[in-house]
Design a protein around this ligand. Structure first.
Ligand SMILES: N[C@@H](CCC(=O)N[C@@H](CS)C(=O)NCC(=O)O)C(=O)O
Length: 213
């Protein structure tokens, strides 16, 4: 199995983290960003939208990070990771969809507006608006974590992976973000997992002030 994509991409990190959790052996190939390669015909055949991550499993190519996560969990995880029961599965699917359509865009607004902008080009009023949206999202996550240790129950699921991957960057990019109590406890638990430490809690300083990829 091969995973293509630069380590500094948090969409790639989600997949790397899951590969570690599932104890799958794989080859990781840095691609995109300063490594380039996304406009090559060979890559476009694998992913017509020219983005990373891309997973290659035998002769199959899979793209879109959340689709890759579902594919890996369904193919190589236990029932816990991707249930055959549609309702059980919806418990994590809803967080995957919500994270991609609500939480991530709020975070990306702060990241692209603040961290990836040269200081003289920052619009801090816009960044603050995105921070308000992030706070709203953190409260929603907190409400769930008041009821269960992880987002879908007693153990880590894809839901924790996609939401947790955002949290590290949101809280370490240099903006003041106060985590609600249960989110804070959950974040500390995630920070003890080797896959999280190795892939998500990794250096992203090469992206500072960088608007080009
Ligand atoms: N919705 C896609 C987003 C993919 C995406 O935008 N990937 C970015 C990195 S996070 C990318 O390929 N950027 C171009 C580059 O890194 O050169 C997913 O979740 O996989």
């Amino acid at each position: 199995m091969k995973l293509l994509g630069r380590t500094t991409s948090f969409n790639v990190q989600k997949v790397l983290w899951l590969l570690e959790e599932l104890d799958i052996s794989y080859e990781h190939i840095e691609l995109g960003g300063r490594f380039g390669g996304l406009d090559e015909q060979e890559f476009i055949k694998l992913n017509p939208i020219k983005k990373v991550p891309v997973l290659i499993d035998d002769d199959k190519s899979i793209w879109e990070s959340h689709t890759i996560l579902r594919y890996l969990a369904a193919s190589y995880g236990t029932e816990n990771w991707y249930s055959t029961c549609p309702y059980q599965r919806s418990l994590s699917d809803r967080w995957l969809d919500w994270s991609q359509t609500v939480f991530q865009p709020a975070f990306m607004g702060t990241f692209w507006g603040f961290y990836r902008k040269p200081e003289n080009k920052r619009d801090m009023e816009a960044v603050d608006q995105y921070l308000v949206s992030c706070t709203h999202c953190l409260n929603i996550i907190n409400n769930q974590l008041m009821k269960s240790e992880y987002l879908t129950g007693k153990s880590l699921s894809l839901a924790d992976i996609v939401v947790g991957a955002v949290l590290y960057r949101l809280t370490t990019q240099g903006l003041a973000v106060k985590l609600p109590d249960c989110v804070n406890t959950w974040y500390k638990n995630l920070s003890k997992r080797p896959g999280y430490v190795k892939w998500v809690m990794s250096d992203f300083t090469e992206l500072r002030g960088r608007e080009d990829f």
